[in-house]
Design a protein around this ligand. Structure first.
Ligand SMILES: Nc1ncnc2c1ncn2[C@@H]1O[C@H](COP(=O)(O)OP(=O)(O)O)[C@@H](O)[C@H]1O
Ligand SMILES: [Mg+2]
Length: 237
């Protein structure tokens, strides 16, 4: 993909006032372009957006190296990053009533397995939400590696990663559903016992609260989801 092609696509994105969008090229192949964010208050916590693309590229490279599925990057510069399409996000799958339960469970189970594989390597994604996992009908791919750091993480940090995914479910739904259980079951059967125990320790984690509050800027929906998620994890004990 060359700069002239991207210039047009980038200008279109800016005109539409969007931060990311998909487009087709090369006789039908689908790609996604993501623009650098403007500096906002939250970046005092999240890190400067100018460095986000660099962090994302480094994260993709590191995870590719250890066999965790991440998208192929076809273009990047200081303004944007362009990746190959990797399917439908679990958020879109979960809310789509036309997708059957078997397919929903397969995609969520695959996500649980990949999160466990990531955690077995002692890496944390840094905030994996349902919309950051895509399913192409056969496998999942992890997106959004702006917060990823190639650092060996403690059990506690890894459990926060697990928690944030569950939390993102309860931001969308009031109660659990079989696909969420499929995620949890797959995670549990692919992670070690000690890490699993730590994942259920959530209510004691004051750290989670501070992290969430930083990350999510005290949105009401986050507080509601927090209570739902903690209650749900209690039922798994
Ligand atoms: N390669 C891709 N394949 C499929 N969907 C993608 C891809 N890249 C981005 N997306 C879609 O765009 C959304 C935003 O991308 P993401 O990298 O998570 O950016 P943000 O930092 O804004 O969360 C994702 O939730 C997903 O729906
Ligand atoms: Mg995202």
């Amino acid at each position: 993909m060359n700069k002239t092609e991207i210039d047009i696509i980038y200008d279109n994105l800016v005109k539409k006032g969007k931060r990311f969008d998909s487009f087709k090229l090369d006789g039908g192949s689908k790609y996604w372009i993501k623009k650098r964010e403007r500096f906002m208050l939250k970046h005092f916590f999240k890190g400067h957006p100018a460095k986000a693309i660099k962090r994302e590229l480094a994260g993709i490279k590191a995870l590719k190296r250890c066999g965790i599925p991440v998208p192929n990057v076809v273009y990047d510069d200081l303004r944007c990053i362009v990746t190959e399409d990797v399917g439908t996000s679990l958020q879109d799958i979960a809310i789509n009533k036309r997708i059957g339960l078997a397919e929903k469970r397969k995609s969520f189970s695959s996500a649980g397995k990949i999160m466990a594989a990531l955690h077995m390597k002692k890496y944390a994604h840094g905030g994996l939400a349902l919309r950051d996992v895509c399913w192409n009908g056969a496998a999942v791919t992890l997106l959004d590696l702006e917060s990823f750091d190639e650092v060996i993480r403690s059990k506690r940090k890894l459990s926060i990663d697990f928690y944030l995914f569950i939390h993102s479910w309860f931001k969308l739904f009031e109660v659990e559903k079989p696909e969420l259980i499929a995620f949890v079951d797959a995670y549990k059967s692919n992670i070690n016992q000690a890490q699993w125990q730590k994942s259920l320790d959530v209510p004691l984690y004051l750290k989670i609260f501070s992290r969430l509050f930083n990350l999510l800027k005290y949105k009401k929906s986050d507080i509601i989801a927090l209570t739902r998620a903690v209650n749900f994890l209690d039922t798994l004990k």
